[in-house]
Design a protein around this ligand. Structure first.
Ligand code: NDP
Length: 273
């Protein structure tokens, strides 16, 4: 019988997960499908109970449910516990296990471990990126090299990390090899431009990389960084790699990253023009 995976969110129409995961299932020859389910917050517990009863092959979970999952799962992975949010559910032996694959997904997408990272924003994506960088560099065990240092710059001080005010940005960038925009400013053209104007890119060493978690289209900050000659990384890689890690949790198989990247690009093509 065809195994069923789901992506749960509210709203959910924008989700690219079915395009990526269905392409991956086809490439692996698995008799499985992923479909999206629009689940309002008050229905989340019932929706998870339905998936447990099936049982589902697995579920990806997105806004606004990432924090609520922790209280609804039977087990929570150490990463999800530390971050305070989960984006992936595994159904194993009647139990629901909550994982966070956003965190290692960002580190996977980067392709290198920075020494000094500066993160803009202090919301859920920032927490996952910070955790992925710190634990990723520890796990990589790069000889005697110290683990990645992370500075978070936010317009409101964050409770989960010693964060910095925006006015500290020039000094922090001067010694950084990675700048990651984890704000949601890029979702709106007006705030996208404002955020790009507020980052003194010129103070960042030319060898540094500039990244964003936004994947729908290039942000202004990323465009300006590329024009100045910096290496840039957009949020597509993080999205692909969090999905790839979820697929491996559900099936035990290595994910076809190239196939998933192509499926994501195809599904984004209209919005990235
Ligand atoms: P949150 O709402 O939790 O956090 C957003 C953060 O951005 C807050 O710190 C907020 O500050 C800050 N912010 C928003 N606008 C501005 C601005 N104009 N200037 C400065 N700071 C600003 O959202 P998430 O962290 O959950 O998501 C952020 C983005 O990450 C979303 O666009 C989401 O799509 C993307 N994302 C991408 C993933 C991927 O796989 N590529 C995975 C997860 C998320 P304040 O609190 O002051 O409002």
């Amino acid at each position: 019988m065809t195994k069923q995976a789901f992506v749960l969110g509210w709203p959910i129409e924008h989700s690219r997960s079915p395009a990526m995961l269905n392409a991956a299932f086809r490439a692996l020859g698995l008799d499985a499908t992923m479909s999206s389910r629009a689940v309002p917050p008050e229905r989340l517990a019932d929706a998870i109970a339905e998936l447990r009863a099936l049982p589902a092959l697995g579920a990806s979970v997105t806004i606004p449910h990432k924090e609520a999952l922790l209280a609804l799962a039977d087990e929570v992975s150490p990463e999800a516990r530390a971050i305070g949010a989960a984006n992936c559910l595994e159904f194993r032996d009647g139990n629901v296990i909550a994982h966070n694959t956003d965190a290692p997904g960002f580190a996977d997408s980067l392709g290198f471990m920075p020494r000094n990272a500066v993160i803009l924003g202090a919301g859920g994506a920032a927490r996952a990126v910070a955790h992925g960088l710190v634990t990723g560099s520890i796990n990589a065990g790069a000889g005697s090299r110290a683990a990645t240092r992370v500075a978070v710059v936010a317009r409101r001080l964050a409770s989960w990390i010693a964060s910095h005010a925006w006015s500290d940005l020039p000094a922090l960038l001067g010694d950084a090899d990675l700048l990651v925009d984890c704000t949601s400013a890029g979702l709106d053209p007006r705030t996208d431009e404002e955020l790009a104007d507020s980052v003194p890119l010129g103070t960042l060493p030319r060898t540094a990389t500039v990244a964003t978690v936004i994947y729908h289209r290039p942000t202004k900050l990323l465009e300006r960084a590329a024009a100045l000659g910096y290496s840039t990384v957009d949020g597509r890689g993080m999205l692909v790699h969090q999905g790839a890690r979820a697929l491996t949790i559900w099936t035990g198989l290595p994910a076809p990253i190239e196939v998933m990247s192509r499926a994501l690009d195809d599904s984004l093509a209209p919005s990235r023009k």
